[in-house]
Design a protein around this ligand. Structure first.
Ligand SMILES: *[C@@H]1O[C@H](CO)[C@@H](O)[C@H](O)[C@H]1NC(C)=O
Ligand SMILES: *[C@@H]1O[C@H](CO)[C@@H](O)[C@H](O)[C@H]1NC(C)=O
Ligand SMILES: *[C@@H]1O[C@H](CO)[C@@H](O)[C@H](O)[C@H]1NC(C)=O
Ligand SMILES: *[C@@H]1O[C@H](CO)[C@@H](O)[C@H](O)[C@H]1NC(C)=O
Length: 345
């Protein structure tokens, strides 16, 4: 009885032309899925796309180039860059909140040092992270102070040079910084390169904007933590010199903890001072952590004049975070919603 009803029902269906079309379509789909039929590859790739959407998204970001990324984020011909590996994501977010408050976050490009950072940032904020291969592998990442680690971080001026060659202004920041005001207002004139002094000795408010004379360490001690460059021949020359100095910098086990890119940056500044139009930013606006976190009297005296605070002159990740918390500069706990990345946890 039931079988007869089914047959009858099928007949009714087949008698209706639209239903017949559906049946044929269903049959076609069935064949398309189960038969090795190259022409139906669009059906296959559709189902592939559905089942592995995350990995195809990842391959999209893996192939995302620095020039594509710079073009995407640049506003008014300017890109703000930082370089970050996974452990520093909370600092990245903290820094981003402070930049968002000055409405410059749209120009930010995160140079991801590992794939986890690349995917995480782009998942929350598409297009704002790029990885310039090779990525930092976990072995190198854990050997802080090794030559491999040094070689890896030494690529920073190469990234900056590439962005200049593409024709953009570029501002580099370490992510252990917090913006209190808009730094762009302090980039006076049209000099090739703008940078800050990392020496904690107090200077008069009207100090010169020239590269200072050599100090007690027999050289200058400018910070490689904040640099603004215009896409001029002078700025490119400075980056090329920095790259050269990094390559010739003697690396040895004994100086491994000094082996960062700052000494080479200073040598490059000193050697190009007559060819490059350099501009030293004011100490009160861009104080080193060696001054800001160590002289309360000075901070009170100069209240309202600070633009970017750098959390350096301290060792250890936890200590750095604690210090930001003590000074009310750790924004991620209460203000994560102000970051384009939101709450990263
Ligand atoms: C671009 O520059 C103009 C003129 O200086 C300024 O008004 C505008 O706010 C800038 N846009 C961004 C996104 O910074
Ligand atoms: C680091 O770079 C130097 C100079 O370019 C090279 O001689 C050395 O083999 C590199 N070491 C590692 C571990 O990558
Ligand atoms: C800074 O101001 C002092 C006192 O007003 C003056 O003597 C000095 O020449 C100024 N320095 C610079 C670099 O302008
Ligand atoms: C701290 O700042 C005050 C006020 O500017 C200054 O007089 C003093 O010399 C500074 N202390 C040190 C240790 O630099």
């Amino acid at each position: 009885m039931a079988k007869q009803e089914q047959v009858l029902h099928l007949r009714q269906i087949l008698n209706r032309p639209i239903s017949l079309l559906f049946l044929l379509l269903a049959l076609f789909l069935l064949l398309g899925v189960f038969l090795p039929w190259p022409e139906s590859s669009s059906l296959f790739s559709f189902s592939n796309r559905v089942t592995s959407s995350s990995s195809s998204l990842e391959s999209k970001w893996r192939d995302y180039s620095l020039s594509q990324a710079a073009k995407f984020v640049a506003k008014n011909g300017t890109v703000i860059v930082c370089a970050v590996s996974s452990p520093f994501l909370p600092f990245l977010n903290n820094w981003l909140i402070s930049i968002s408050r000055q409405k410059h976050q749209d120009k930010v490009l995160v140079i991801a040092e590992d794939y986890a950072t690349l995917y995480k940032v782009n998942a929350k904020w598409p297009g704002h992270a790029v990885l310039v291969p090779p990525a930092l592998d976990s072995k190198t990442a854990h050997s802080f102070g090794s030559q491999g680690f040094f070689n890896f971080t030494a690529r920073r001026p190469q990234h900056l040079l590439q962005i200049l060659e593409l024709g953009y202004n570029v501002m580099y920041n370490d992510v252990d910084m917090v913006w209190l005001q808009d730094p762009f207002k302090y980039l006076e004139g049209s000099h090739d390169a703008y940078f800050t002094d990392d020496m904690p000795q107090i200077k008069p408010l009207n100090h010169s904007h020239d590269l200072p004379p050599f100090g007690q360490y027999g050289g200058t001690y400018m910070c490689s933590c904040f640099i603004f460059l215009r896409p001029t021949n002078g700025a490119k020359l400075l980056m090329k010199k920095w790259i050269e100095e990094l390559q010739t910098q003697a690396w040895s086990e004994s100086n491994r903890f000094k082996a960062n890119d700052q000494p080479a940056f200073n040598l490059a500044l000193q050697k190009t001072v007559h060819e490059v139009d350099l501009y030293l930013l004011s100490q009160v606006a861009f104080p080193t952590g060696g001054l800001y976190f160590k002289n309360e009297t000075w901070v009170k005296e100069t209240k309202g004049k600070h633009v970017i605070v750098h959390n350096n002159y301290i060792i250890g990740y936890e200590n750095k975070m604690k210090r930001f918390q003590e000074y009310g500069l750790w924004l991620v706990d209460d203000h994560a919603f102000e970051s384009p990345l939101g709450n990263l946890q």
